[in-house]
Write a protein that binds this ligand. Structure first.
Ligand code: HCR
Length: 391
């Protein structure tokens, strides 16, 4: 019998859902899940998690040395993990199945200027529906800090958990006015979704991810309960200027010049040698201010909160029939659009990105830590910020 978190009436459908994912590998978004596990939020909103501590994003530009800059990048990156991977547990009680974005879905927002940190803008576009691929750009023009990336997921099932490999990467460009320009490659951790049987899924991070650039490499290792410290959500990062440390392995060999930081990514961490605090995410985060339309006016047809409003209302109010009826309308409209495009010999044009087969920055930086694959595609931002998005 499935766990107590599953409403009695949905236990049968939850068990069938788990059985179907057990024999399935690929794009989970296409599987129908029981209502209690549905989230009213689309995946296009997730890139906002990269900047819910805008002061840390801006602070990267203020670091004086290459070493401090690379530690500031790592501090900001680690500080995003709590939002990225635990916030649905906090807001909805468990990890949930997000709404599967349609091709061309859009999400715009910003974090206002405060204490001279500058305004940070967010722009997201769904660039593929099947498999789902989300492209995003986050930019603080005042400080000269910009993140461009895309994200997709490959899922499989193993020993009762969903294993998720994140496909895609992000490039962070730091070019403060009058200052040095650095580019950092950011790779993404693997996820393990546990707690499925009990109906209360949560994410644990696994294996490694990297931040490479500006003459430094941070290798981050993630562990769950019972590894480094017996606690869940633990990490240990090694930040080194020595690419030779990676000569024989993708795990760095100590050279004595590295900084080691460790702790729990959803709480706080310290420099191992000195015990000085490295990051701390106990304080409040700042949610993005969502705006409608490129000019901040009324929301267009494809803007997430407008497109999904009736579905989200149904899910929030427990009116799942309405949610499913409204969802079908969106899906049917999408099917018709694809048919029409096929008949006309056209394809859906991206609004803000161009897809390129390879990314020279990824290729160069991936070599340093011998990443596989050695080549990845990229969604290049067209730099067409609307006028309202200027600093
Ligand atoms: C795997 C996941 C969709 C993708 C979500 C990603 C990887 C998206 C990019 C963000 O930057 C970080 C992120 C966080 C989420 O934890 C992750 C989602 C967790 C569940 C969801 C599955 C497609 C849904 C699985 C269905 C379960 C919950 C029953």
């Amino acid at each position: 019998q499935a766990g107590e978190a599953v409403p009695a009436a949905q236990r049968g459908s939850w068990t069938s859902f788990l059985k179907s994912i057990a024999s399935f590998s690929g794009d989970l978004s296409s599987l129908t899940a029981p209502p209690f596990i549905l989230s009213p939020v689309s995946l296009t909103e997730f890139p906002a998690y990269w900047c819910e501590r805008p002061e840390l994003f801006a602070a990267i530009a203020d670091a004086k040395t290459a070493e401090d800059r690379s530690l500031a990048v790592l501090r900001w990156f680690i500080s995003t993990l709590k939002g990225q991977y635990t916030s649905r547990n906090e807001s909805m009680g468990s990890e949930k199945k997000p709404l599967n974005p349609v091709l061309g879905e859009l999400f715009y927002g910003y974090w206002p200027d405060k204490d001279g940190r500058g305004r940070t803008n967010l722009l997201v576009e769904q660039v593929s529906h099947h498999p789902p691929v989300t492209a995003y750009v986050i930019e603080n023009k005042t400080k000269g800090v910009k993140l461009v990336g895309h994200n997709a997921q490959k899922t499989s099932f193993s020993s009762g958990s969903i294993m998720v490999r994140q496909v895609g990467h992000a490039i962070l460009t730091v070019a403060p006015p009058g200052g040095r320009k650095d580019e950092y490659l950011i790779t993404l951790p693997r996820l393990r979704i546990d707690g499925l049987w009990y109906g209360s899924p949560y994410v644990e991070l696994a294996e490694n991810s990297y931040v490479v650039g500006g003459g430094y490499i941070s290798s981050i290792e993630y562990k769950g309960r019972g590894y480094f410290s017996g606690k869940s959500h633990t990490f240990k990062a090694i930040t080194t200027p020595d690419s030779s440390a990676f000569a024989s392995s993708s795990k760095p060999i100590p050279t004595g010049r590295e900084h080691i930081t460790e702790g729990t990514w959803h709480e706080e961490s310290k420099f191992t040698k000195t015990g000085v605090e490295f990051h701390n995410v106990h304080g409040p985060k700042e949610e993005v201010t969502v705006i409608g339309g490129v000019s901040g006016g009324e929301m267009g047809e494809f803007e997430t909160r407008n497109l999904w409003s009736a579905v989200a209302k149904g899910i929030k109010e427990g009116d799942y029939e309405a949610a499913s009826r409204e969802k079908s309308k969106i899906e049917n409209d999408q099917r018709q659009r694809r048919k029409d495009e096929q008949a006309a010999g056209t394809t859906w044009p991206f609004k803000h990105f161009n897809r390129l087969e390879s990314d020279p920055i990824y290729e160069e930086l991936a070599k340093v830590v011998k990443l596989t694959p050695p080549v990845e595609d990229i969604y290049e931002f067209q730099e067409n910020w609307p006028p309202t998005f200027s600093a």
